[in-house]
Design a binder for this molecule. Structure first.
Ligand SMILES: NC(=O)c1ccc[n+]([C@@H]2O[C@H](COP(=O)([O-])OP(=O)(O)OC[C@H]3O[C@@H](n4cnc5c(N)ncnc54)[C@H](OP(=O)(O)O)[C@@H]3O)[C@@H](O)[C@H]2O)c1
Length: 255
């Protein structure tokens, strides 16, 4: 029986992973800040799927909390077979604002924690010769839209580096790069979504199921849906200057 650890497993994409994994019989370790929501999610999953669910209340912006999760990932007695590093949020702040704290916090949660957890999981899994790491990145990493894009570009490049480092070890590593997904993300981050065309929205359950298939198949980059695969291929083949101009237009439509 496998066990998966999911950060941000109480909402949106993380919750979709939790349900998909519980439905196939995996035990879970869920991490988030809100203890009540963790308890609710654990009850739902245990009742619906008869799996075991451990919860860890932790703030990934706090280094000592991340160390605690890294220790759980390193456990020999209760090994983790799949890590989904998913917790995150939007950062709709200008790069030139006097207060850079929101950017620094985003870097702590979406870079430092992803790095520390990937290192702990990678070491433990390599030793066992098996395991899977999924880092939730974003299509935003292919464009130039503020610190969120820069952070997600790091997550994707980091994941490719980790996949190379663990190549041949039996450990699979995947970066999931979704486009727009209907979750609490936009409301929590204060991002206007009125102008996003319906066609660009993805379903979290479908996305999690497809990503698990991609990870199993050893795909290092998982881009959900044909339409986003086409969009990203276009983005990658545009001259970089054109990509920056498109990003500028998208950013200015938000202000
Ligand atoms: N939704 C989209 O359109 C979209 C597109 C591309 C990529 N993504 C990425 O997908 C991931 C999940 O986002 P989502 O859309 O599912 O958002 P969501 O519905 O807002 O869920 C975010 C989850 O992360 C947890 N979380 C947030 N900050 C945390 C922290 N400091 N420490 C621990 N847990 C924390 C939240 O729980 P607590 O609040 O209880 O901590 C919650 O479980 C993120 O990395 C995001 O960048 C989202």
């Amino acid at each position: 029986m496998a066990t998966a650890l999911i950060t941000g497993g109480t909402s949106g994409i993380g919750a979709a992973f939790a349900r998909a994994l519980a439905a196939r019989g995996d035990d879970l370790v869920l991490v988030a800040r809100n203890g009540d929501r963790l308890a609710e999610m654990a009850t739902e999953l245990k009742e619906r799927y008869a799996v075991s669910v451990e919860t860890i209340v932790a703030d990934l912006g706090v280094r000592s909390d991340v160390v605690g999760i890294a220790e759980r990932l390193a456990s020999i007695e209760q090994p983790i077979d799949l890590l989904v590093s998913n917790a995150g949020f939007g950062v709709p702040k200008k790069l030139t604002e006097a207060d850079t704290t929101p950017h620094e916090h985003a870097i702590d949660v979406m870079i430092r924690a992803v790095l520390m957890l990937g290192a702990a999981a990678g070491r433990a899994m390599r030793q066992r010769g098996t395991g899977t790491i999924v880092n939730v990145s974003s299509t935003a990493g292919f464009v130039a839209m503020g610190s969120y894009s820069a952070i997600k570009a790091w997550v994707t490049a980091y994941t490719e580096g980790l996949a190379n480092e663990l190549h041949g070890s039996g450990v699979k590593v995947t970066a999931l790069c979704p486009g727009w997904v209907r979750t609490e993300f936009h409301e929590r981050s204060g991002i206007e979504i009125g102008s996003i065309p319906g066609l660009l929205w993805l379903d979290a359950d479908r996305l999690a199921a497809d990503c698990l298939q991609d990870a199993e198949a050893g795909k290092v980059i998982s881009i959900p849906s044909k339409r986003y695969k086409v969009l990203i291929t276009i983005c990658e083949h545009l001259p970089h200057r054109a990509m920056r101009a498109v990003s500028r237009k998208l950013m200015s439509s938000r202000h």
